[in-house]
Design a protein around this ligand. Structure first.
Ligand code: HEM
Length: 452
């Protein structure tokens, strides 16, 4: 099979200019050219994989032939050897250690904390005020991950985390910064900000662990307690560095993605008032103004579809990358060891082969049997195979509960003229936030705020 090149390839520079200019447009166009499409970055061999069956081969059936891509390897500068970035037996041991915290029953037990955090937040909102709702979502989801997994109250550190994260993310928008070896050694403003960002995140995590160790926070069943109690066959526990890597990974992976899913959802709802109305009708009928619980989830199918459809158009993890760990073949094409493989949900989720009018926001497309009719790897916001998101049930429940809590009280109107640009860093963030004007929904009693 002849593998085409993505459009916009220049001599010497390959796709660097096209990618830097508009990565999402480049990848969307490229994805339509074939099952496999070549990308030209001078420092690495890259190929885009646009076929659900080939994606299944990479993530599931032949997953041992692949490791995380260069991008994720580079992310070790921030996350060290945590669950997202580690490999092999070491990864497997850590995954098994964390798994009980994500067991179905345990996750259902986090529902109340999720709703309480959201209710406290919404009780501070005022009719008619203008807010950056993305900032709000980041704060609430950070508070939730801190409380549920680590028994820690990190509310007063939200700004520090947001600034640290922003400084870190800036590096991952720039293909040169992550691709060219030793680029990070140059004293550029971007690099300085990056290193300061990592230090800020480090500080937060070390304080969190120190407080837990000192017995001031947490319950004996939370994830951090399990990490602290874990012992090897030879009786050694996790090193401080390892603890730091796992905790930072979960704090970051566990809040930003869900916040982003909600932020794009608010944007979409404000652009599609008929969808918002239908959602409000469901919430009013099922909840009648009271706080949602885990038991309500099966009775909120439309809210679930809204989140699902929002993650189709704006997948918070917009791409997954793998590197061939040995010479392999995909659809008969030889893929040399070291090739970087790009699996881009941003493009796959907008593919007309699986989704009618793919650019249209239509939660009801999920009402029938669409999920069963399309290939498994045509819609996969949480990845797949052994490296699938450990927090997928946590995130899905959290997103629906938070959507229900906020949308019961307020409608959000986008502030006219505010730019809405997806920024594809590690995650697909709204580059300038999501600025909205709040409109209180009439006829509901004020929220009951439970004591923390
Ligand atoms: C809407 C929210 C979320 C989305 C879209 C999302 C997406 C993903 C995806 C696509 C992967 C696979 C990456 C790969 O294969 O390279 C992943 C992995 C991971 N996610 Fe999530 N995630 C979300 C929420 C969460 C939450 C709430 C947590 C934890 C509380 C979490 C923790 C992790 C971890 C630790 C991994 C690495 C798992 C491993 O390799 O064993 N994520 N996530």
């Amino acid at each position: 099979m002849d593998v085409p090149w993505a459009p916009g390839r220049l001599p010497l520079l390959g796709h660097v200019v096209a990618y830097t200019r508009d990565p999402l447009a480049l990848l969307l166009q490229a994805s339509r050219l074939g099952r496999l499409v070549r990308l030209d970055f001078p420092w690495m061999q890259s190929m885009m994989v646009n076929d659900p069956d080939l994606i299944e081969q990479i993530l599931v059936t032949d997953h041992r032939s692949f490791i995380k891509d260069r991008f994720l390897q580079d992310l070790k500068r921030v996350l060290g050897d945590g669950l997202l970035t580690s490999e092999g037996d070491f990864w497997l041991r850590q995954r098994r250690l964390a798994q009980p915290a994500f067991h179905k029953d345990r996750v259902a037990g986090y529902a109340r904390t999720m709703v309480d955090c959201a209710t406290r937040e919404v009780s501070r909102w005022r009719d008619g005020e203008e807010r950056d709702v993305h900032e709000d979502m980041m704060r609430v989801t950070l508070e939730i991950v801190g409380k549920t997994l680590f028994g820690a109250d990190v509310t007063d550190r939200a700004r520090e985390v947001a600034e640290g994260l922003e400084a870190v993310m800036a590096r991952y928008v720039d293909p040169v910064a992550t691709g060219v070896p030793h680029w990070d050694k140059l004293p550029t403003p971007l690099n300085r900000r990056f290193h300061q960002g990592v230090q800020r995140l480090d500080r937060l995590v070390r304080d969190l662990i120190a407080e837990h160790r000192a017995g001031r926070q947490g319950d004996p069943g939370d994830l951090l307690s399990m990490y602290l109690a874990a012992r090897d066959e030879d009786g050694t526990g996790m090193s401080d560095q390892q603890l730091r890597d796992e905790v930072l990974t979960l704090v970051l992976a566990g809040h930003e993605t869900t916040a982003i899913a909600l932020s794009w959802t608010w944007m979409l709802l404000s652009q599609h008032p008929h969808v918002a109305e239908k959602l409000h009708a469901e919430l009013d009928a099922v909840l009648g103004g009271r706080a949602p619980t885990a038991a309500d989830l099966p009775r909120l199918p439309y809210a679930d579809r809204v989140i699902k459809e929002s993650m189709r158009l704006y997948p918070p993890a917009w791409a997954i990358g793998r590197e061939a760990a040995r010479d392999v073949e995909l659809a008969g094409v030889p893929i040399p060891k070291g090739t970087q493989l790009w699996i881009v949900q941003w493009a796959l989720h907008r593919d007309g082969r699986w989704f009618e009018e793919p650019d249209r926001f239509d939660p009801d497309r999920w009402a029938g049997d669409l999920q069963r009719r399309i290939p498994k790897y045509a819609y996969f916001p949480f990845g797949g195979g052994p490296r699938m998101c450990i927090g997928h049930a946590f995130a899905t429940m959290e997103a629906v509960l938070l959507l229900a809590t906020f949308a019961q009280r307020f409608r959000m109107d986008l502030v006219a003229g505010h730019p809405l640009k997806p920024l594809p860093a590690i995650t697909l963030r709204p580059k300038h936030g999501v600025r909205v004007r709040l409109v209180r929904r009439a006829s509901l009693r004020p929220p009951e705020v439970r004591a923390p």
